[in-house]
Design a protein around this ligand. Structure first.
Ligand SMILES: Cc1cc2nc3c(=O)[nH]c(=O)nc-3n(C[C@H](O)[C@H](O)[C@H](O)COP(=O)(O)O)c2cc1C
Length: 204
C-alpha cells in the first residue's frame, strides 16, 4: 500500500510532523510512505531566499518532490499536513486541491482513507478550524476521513500539546522558535499508522 504524505512547511514544524507520520506508516506491514510537498509559489521562493529562518528549511526540502495529480491518483491513503494561515489551510495546499478536478470527475480518490495534521503559532490559533476546514474538499473528493481516537496515548491532556480528535497538531511559537514536542510527534505517527491500517483493511 502506498500512503501519500503531502505537506507544506515553511519553518519546519509541519515537515517534522510529516516525517513522524511517515514513520508510523512505514511501521505497518506492506505499507510505504510517499513523502511529497505542495509546490511553493514563485514570489514566495524569493521571500524565502531572504529569510534566514525559512531558507535552511527550504534547502532541507529540496529533495522532496512536488506532489502531482498522479501521486494522489496512485495513493491508497493520504495524509495532508498544512500550517495554519488565519485558521485555515495554506494557499499552496489549496492550490493543489483546486487542481484535482479531473480526479474528482474520475472518482479517483473515492474510498481512500485520509488523515490531517497542522501547526499553529499559538495554543488557540485555530488548529481545529484548520483541520476541519481542510476536511471539506476531501469530503467532496469522496475520501474517508479518520481522526485520532482518545485511546491514543497523549490525547487526554490539558496543556497546549498533543493532538486533537480531528488530527495531529503541534505548536510553532510566535517566532516559530518551538519544536514539535514528543507527544505531538507520537500522535502524528499514530495517525500515520491508523491511516495505513485503514488502507490495508479498505483496499487490501
Ligand atoms: C499569514 C500568516 C497567517 C498565520 N495565521 C496563523 C493563525 O491563524 N493562527 C496561528 O496560531 N498561527 C498563524 N500563523 C503562524 C503559522 O501557523 C506558523 O508559522 C506555522 O504553523 C509554522 O509551521 P511551519 O514551521 O511548518 O511552516 C500564521 C502565519 C502567517 C505567515
Amino acid at each position: 500500500m502506498k500512503i501519500l504524505v503531502v505537506y507544506y512547511s515553511k519553518y519546519g514544524h509541519v515537515m517534522k510532523m510529516a516525517q513522524a507520520a511517515a514513520e508510523g506508516i512505514n511501521s505497518v506491514k506492506d505499507c510505504e510512505a510517499v513523502l511529497r510537498r505542495a509546490e511553493e509559489f514563485e514570489d514566495e521562493v524569493k521571500r524565502i531566499e531572504s529569510d534566514e529562518f525559512a531558507r535552511p528549511v527550504w534547502e532541507q526540502q529540496k529533495d522532496i518532490q512536488v506532489c502531482t495529480l498522479d501521486d494522489l491518483r496512485n495513493a491508497d491513503g493520504i495524509m495532508l499536513g498544512t500550517p495554519t494561515r488565519y485558521g485555515n489551510m495554506i494557499a499552496q495546499m489549496k492550490r493543489l486541491l483546486d487542481s484535482t478536478a479531473e480526479l474528482w470527475m474520475e472518482g479517483a480518490l473515492e474510498g481512500k482513507p485520509a488523515g490531517l495534521f497542522t501547526s499553529t503559532a499559538t495554543t488557540h490559533g485555530g488548529q481545529e478550524t484548520t483541520l476541519l476546514a481542510s476536511m471539506i474538499p476531501l469530503f467532496h473528493l469522496g475520501m474517508i476521513i479518520a481522526g485520532v481516537p482518545y485511546s491514543t496515548p497523549g490525547m487526554l491532556h490539558t496543556e497546549g500539546r498533543g493532538g486533537t480528535p480531528y488530527g495531529a497538531t503541534t505548536l510553532a511559537g510566535q517566532q516559530n522558535e518551538l519544536n514539535p514536542a514528543r507527544e505531538d510527534l507520537e500522535i502524528a505517527s499514530a495517525l500515520g499508522r491508523r491511516i495505513a491500517d485503514l488502507a490495508v483493511k479498505i483496499r487490501g
